[in-house]
Ligand binder design. Structure first.
Ligand code: UDP
Length: 431
């Protein structure tokens, strides 16, 4: 059977890039040839794929990041910017259109890809490239069908309207979810929002290489983190606290969380984002964020580990000692938590987090809500109680989460719904 050549164009931000590359790994495992387009600073993301696949099958195209008046020189990922900078980032990336067209024009016809698998945020210009070379355009969305169906039902969303139109005008969509998690929403996206039925649910996408340096170099040597986890003899006794690649807490929020951890007496790993540099600052980005209260670390040194900067998240979540995860509920992180079999304590902050909380807390009952939004300060006493309860074996949300996890792991096994979707996706790319 013919195997496709896929041009992968991920959106440069960990929450998008990492699952998009996890998907790319699955295509490579199924015999596809892949060329990934990134700008220079995103090239390190490709290391795990480079180390696992041969250069004949895994190729890279590195184009300079297009300059933009509102994006400081040297910044090539949304992670270093507040979320409000998204439109500028999208405008800047539009600048990849012409260099990509030039590149494709220089290729012999036999080397042209069959399909572009792009980040949905890039759909307006990727559609143009695909049209110009008669390629299929398929988009990857690192969110779930529940969020897609709610988002696409909202009215007047400014520039998101254009993105939706461009995304739905494509050949098909790939979504990091599994059918059994939300069948009614997958069906809703199919029937209400698409003119065709090509939506492939391929999750939970597993990390290309679970472990140490996924998405960035760990700020603490991973061996140290592992050694600390190994000192925790009891399974599911540690709470992991992290808010993804972008969120930073205010002084009040950090103090409330620190007090809750101290009162609860639980063992914990807390990933604090103070290494996320405050470039082009918007709100929540002054110098007074993520300040751990004085003396806290000394007082809790027998109980907790604070990681300042990038944490080896999947390695932590998959360790047997970790039992719960206080999270912003970014969808990638939520799925990683589910795969790691940890119960999630949800503090949604921005973007799709609120919709994810609705799905996981209110509809499925597999997570607990502990925070309202990025301005709320949790009550330390109440939070301490939930933290302590969350590491108990009979915590009801844990029991339900483990059942859902089982369905997710079935879906990605040979013959499971996500596994079959991946096979089908690769086959469709050549049709
Ligand atoms: N991540 C990580 N270490 C960190 C912060 C984030 O490995 O210190 C990874 C995390 O495992 C996940 C991704 O970065 O794969 C963030 O994804 P998420 O969906 O939470 O998106 P975000 O909210 O960061 O945009």
């Amino acid at each position: 059977m013919k195997k496709p050549h896929v041009l992968v164009v991920p959106f440069p931000q960990s929450g998008h890039m990492l699952p998009h590359l996890d998907l790319t790994h699955q295509l490579l495992l199924r015999g596809a040839t892949v060329t990934v387009l990134v700008t220079p600073k995103s090239s390190p993301y490709l290391e795990p794929l480079r180390s696992l696949h041969s250069p004949e099958h895994f190729k890279t195209l590195i184009l300079p990041f297009p300059s933009h008046p509102s994006i400081p020189p040297g910044v090539e990922t949304l992670q270093q910017l507040p979320l409000q900078a998204l439109p500028h980032m999208l405008e800047a990336l539009f600048g990849l259109h012409d260099p990509l067209v030039d590149f494709l024009n220089r290729q012999p016809p036999s080397d042209l890809p069959d399909v572009i698998l792009g980040g949905a945020f890039l759909s307006p210009w990727i559609n143009k490239v695909a049209d110009a070379f008669s390629l299929k355009a398929i988009y990857f969305l690192p969110i779930n069908a529940h969020t897609i169906s709610l988002l696409w039902s909202e009215e007047d969303r400014g520039f998101f309207d254009e993105l939706e139109t461009a995304t739905t005008a494509s050949y098909g969509l790939v979504v990091n979810t599994f059918y059994e998690l939300e069948p009614e929403f997958v069906e809703c996206v199919k029937t209400k929002h698409l003119t065709h039925h090509r939506i492939w649910t391929v999750g939970p996408l597993l990390a290309v290489k679970a472990g140490a340096d996924r998405g960035g170099q760990s700020s603490l040597p991973p061996e140290k983190v592992l050694a600390w986890l190994e000192t925790c003899s009891e399974d599911n006794s540690v709470v992991y606290i992290a808010f993804g690649s972008q969120i930073r807490l205010t002084v009040e929020q950090t103090a409330a969380l620190a007090a809750a951890l101290e009162t609860s007496g639980v063992r914990f790993i807390w990933a604090v984002r103070d290494a996320a540099k405050k470039v082009n600052s918007g709100d929540n980005s002054g110098d007074d964020v993520d300040v751990i209260p004085e003396g806290f670390e000394e007082r809790v040194k027998d109980k907790g580990l604070v990681i300042r900067g990038w944490a080896p998240q999947t390695m932590i979540l998959e360790h047997r000692a970790v039992g719960s995860y206080l999270t912003h509920l970014g969808w990638g992180s939520a799925l990683e938590g589910m795969v790691g079999g940890v119960v999630m304590l949800a503090w949604p902050m921005q973007a799709d987090h609120f919709k994810n909380a609705k799905l996981l807390v209110d509809d499925l009952g597999v997570a607990v809500r502990v925070g309202e939004n990025k301005d709320s300060v949790p009550d330390s006493g109440k939070l301490a109680g939930v933290l302590a309860d969350s590491v108990k074996d009979d915590f009801p949300e844990r029991v339900r989460l483990m059942k859902l996890r089982e369905k997710g792991m079935e879906a990605i096994k040979e013959g499971g719904s996500s596994y079959n979707c991946l096979d089908d996706l690769v086959a469709e790319m050549c049709v």
